[in-house]
Design a protein around this ligand. Structure first.
Ligand SMILES: [Mn+2]
Length: 413
């Protein structure tokens, strides 16, 4: 079975009659002089083809229930291969993607012309996503603007609403990669616990984690590593990681390996000296209880935002009992963020508009409490796979009980 063929079948099923989908893998943005940023393949393109090189494209045409697929790749060029290594051949592209009609990218515009004129395409689907108004257009958006100018009578529709509900549900191959990303993250967090000491710099903790991820086969980090000691944990997106870790303090780590384009997103909070103080443990246990309550509640049919209420209730009740707040509304003082988001190729992955959990979705479970006045913050984040009757904590192997963490750090001393 070819997973990519199965995925394309789902997208084609939701395309209208007499329509075409055109999707490019993209190009690496320019950095400076003769350098380019690392190439990141368009995630929809990779999801639909399994290919991950620049200057490739996919065209799907649908006409009276007949679906035609063409994959375009760069023509292998021996002179270029001397510099960059072997380029995939047509045969390899057929093998990976399951698309039998593979052509060279130089022939793409001819194929577009034929589709538009000869086959009377009346609807065009492209990736026209824009995150912020101020962002420069990415490659697919540029191409959409170009084709819109060439074919002003053919309406352009965003691909995103078709693909988002499908990408939210992970198939077996995606789950295999996500479990592997999670496993590398577990191994690398254990390496961090082995080496964590007072006096280390936050960036050294980051280096231990990231070096271990690469050592175990991850190609990149899922997102910039947060290694926030002490009060730095109270800044939600602290990424500077340049401070020294003090004796008796906590370090909040929010990080994850990326394995073959799939992300893991985990937070753990460790005592730098190997043991939690009673006060740290008190707050830690409260966050852990909220983390477990969310995993307990996550199930098909529940809207993802409902998980916020579940975490908030546990945390607010706890803080009220500790006399830190008087009513639930005051919780925001200690918890400014939501507790869950979908996870996949994107760290904040795609989902349906209603956000109602379905089997096959992978979401995070990340409550936290940030006590600025006491100089520490705690977040515990797991990744959950929604199953038929609840969820599976796919990061269950990454220890999180306070006693387990203390025992692990002691043993490794
Ligand atoms: Mn997260």
């Amino acid at each position: 079975m070819n997973y990519y063929a199965e995925r394309r079948k789902k997208i084609a099923a939701s395309m209208s009659d007499r329509s075409a989908l055109i999707l490019y893998s993209g190009v690496a943005p320019h950095f400076s002089e003769d350098e380019y940023y690392l190439f990141e393949v368009n995630h929809h393109f990779h999801w639909m083809t399994g290919m991950d090189r620049p200057k490739q494209a996919l065209m799907i045409r649908k006409n009276a229930e007949t679906v035609t697929e063409i994959l375009f790749i760069e023509q292998p060029d021996p002179a270029m291969e001397r510099w960059i290594g072997k380029m995939p051949t047509k045969e390899q592209a057929v093998q990976i993607s399951g698309i039998s009609d593979v052509r060279f990218i130089g022939d793409m515009d001819t194929a577009i012309g034929q589709a538009m004129e000869r086959f009377g395409v009346e609807q065009l689907y492209m990736d026209v996503y824009r995150h912020a108004v101020s962002d420069p257009a990415d490659y697919n958006l540029e191409q959409a603007l170009r084709l819109q100018q060439l074919y002003p009578a053919v309406p352009l529709s965003p691909l995103r609403p078709l693909i988002a509900p499908q990408r939210a549900v992970k198939d077996d191959e995606e789950l295999r990669l996500m479990r592997k990303a999670g496993e590398i993250t577990r191994q690398s967090l254990e390496e961090v616990m082995r080496r964590l000491r007072p006096g280390m710099k936050e960036y050294q903790v980051q280096a231990v984690f990231e070096g271990s991820c690469r050592y175990h086969g991850a190609e990149a980090q899922a997102f910039p590593t947060i290694a926030a000691g002490g009060k730095n944990a109270c800044s939600m997106h602290y990424e500077e990681n340049h401070d020294e870790l003090a004796e008796g303090s906590l370090i909040l780590l929010d990080l994850g390996a990326k394995y073959r384009h799939y992300c893991s997103d985990i937070s753990r909070t460790y005592p730098v000296s190997g043991t939690f103080t009673p006060r740290q443990k008190q707050i830690y246990e409260l966050v852990l209880a909220a983390n477990k309550a969310v995993a307990e509640a996550a199930a098909p049919g529940i809207p993802i935002h409902k998980l916020n209420e579940i975490a908030d209730k546990v945390l607010a009740d706890g803080l009220i009992a500790l006399g830190m707040i008087e009513k639930q509304e005051e919780l925001r003082k200690y918890l400014p963020h939501g507790v869950s988001h979908p996870l996949g190729m994107d760290t904040h992955d795609l989902m349906t508009e209603d956000g109602i959990l379905q089997p096959g979705w992978v979401i995070t479970d990340e409550p936290g409490l940030y006590i600025d006045e006491e100089g520490f913050g705690i977040r515990i984040e797991d990744d959950l796979l929604i199953t038929e009757d609840g969820c599976e904590v796919i990061s269950a192997g990454i220890i999180k009980e306070a006693e387990e963490i203390e025992a692990f750090m002691k043993k490794e001393d």
